[in-house]
Write a protein that binds this ligand. Structure first.
Ligand code: DAH
Length: 340
């Protein structure tokens, strides 16, 4: 009886947490060589009056051991199934692929924020425009050869509707909507019927700027553009203004910056001149102000239009504009760290 009590404790306290321990349990308590079997075999040697109770208790012990064995076996089998199932909690998580901003968006955002920091507000407008906002209000007379400066996509059934060839259409919209002082920056996509080469595309991006107030001068414009160039390309950046012609500005100019690819020494990107054209600018023509109901005697202003592809090519030393439109993931991934 004493033995039975000890054995019961031993069985109950036996810890089974893996297959080896389960086997050990079976050998100890359920196999032919186990103590329980020995007790059962010995039952005939027990004194007659205790034999019945003894037999009962050994059997109970055997049943208990058998039950524990079955329960633990089941438990272990379940846990094996669990780790083999798809829910393997030890497996490393799959890498999360994050997207990134397109280099053109990065540069557009940067240009806009430089101007926002000095008081310009971003405005938006339609890509499909009417002739008035793209040409007529901007002082392109009808049939005037200046319209040929920009090869336009027209819509067959409505010759007065075009895909905007420049974001200057947005300065007209801004002047029609707001009263001076007006200080806006207009980013957007533009379209021209041009042959696609490494330097030109039929779709590209511009950021237009416009400042109208009393006594705005050419010197104000020059200083603002110098400020912009230095924020964009570094404090040492040099700019140069060359006289030019646009119907909507008088006088007009084009701004070059020192070529960032060769450092001004001359290379294929700057056509060996050391300078790269990045924007057109000028004082808003009084005709344009009047077209938009702004008193040209009281107000003056400047405007500029920045070519974003050119700027992006300079900033990231890219030599083919077509790369921006092909969406080759290997090209785009290079700008991943720049986005965040
Ligand atoms: N709209 C011109 C173009 O597409 C760029 C431009 C030149 C914009 C002079 C201006 C400006 O606002 O004043 O080439």
């Amino acid at each position: 009886m004493k033995n039975i009590e000890d054995l019961r404790n031993e069985i109950q306290q036996f810890k089974i947490s893996n297959a080896e321990e389960l086997e050990q349990f079976r050998v100890n308590f359920l196999s032919k060589k186990s103590e329980i079997q020995a007790m059962l075999a010995n039952i005939k040697n027990v004194v007659a009056e205790q034999r019945r109770t003894f037999g009962q208790q050994v059997n109970e012990l055997k049943q208990m051991a058998q039950q524990m064995f079955e329960e633990n076996k089941q438990k272990l089998e379940n846990s094996v199934v669990y780790t083999q199932s798809e829910t393997d909690l030890t497996r490393p998580a799959a890498a999360v692929e994050t997207g990134s901003l397109h280099p053109i968006s990065l540069v557009m955002n940067e240009v806009c924020s430089i101007f926002e920091n000095i008081g310009f507000t971003v405005v938006d407008g339609p890509e499909v425009e009417d002739d008035w906002h793209v040409f007529s209000a901007l002082n392109f007379p009808e049939e005037h050869p200046a319209r040929d400066m920009q090869d336009t996509f027209f819509i067959d059934v409505r010759p007065d509707i075009v895909l905007r060839t420049h974001t200057s259409s947005l300065q007209v919209r801004a002047m029609e909507k707001q009263k001076p002082p007006i200080r806006v920056i207009c980013p957007g996509r533009v379209f021209r019927n041009e042959v696609i080469t490494s330097r030109s595309h039929c779709i590209f991006h511009q950021v237009e700027g416009l400042y109208i107030a009393e006594k705005v001068s050419f010197a104000d414009m020059k200083q603002t553009l110098l400020y912009f160039a230095r924020k964009m390309f570094g404090e040492e950046t040099k700019i140069r203004l060359r006289p030019s012609y646009f119907p909507f500005t008088e006088p007009s100019a084009e701004m070059d910056i020192e070529c960032k690819i060769c450092g001004g020494k001359g290379c294929s990107v700057c056509k060996h001149s050391g300078w790269v054209e990045v924007l057109g600018c000028g004082m808003v023509d009084p005709n344009v102000l009047e077209n938009c109901n702004i008193d040209s005697k009281k107000y003056t202003g400047y405007a500029f239009g920045i070519g974003i592809e050119r700027m992006t090519m300079l900033k990231y030393k890219t030599n083919d504009i077509r790369l921006f439109f092909e969406n080759d993931i290997r090209f785009l991934q290079q700008f991943q760290s720049a986005s965040f």
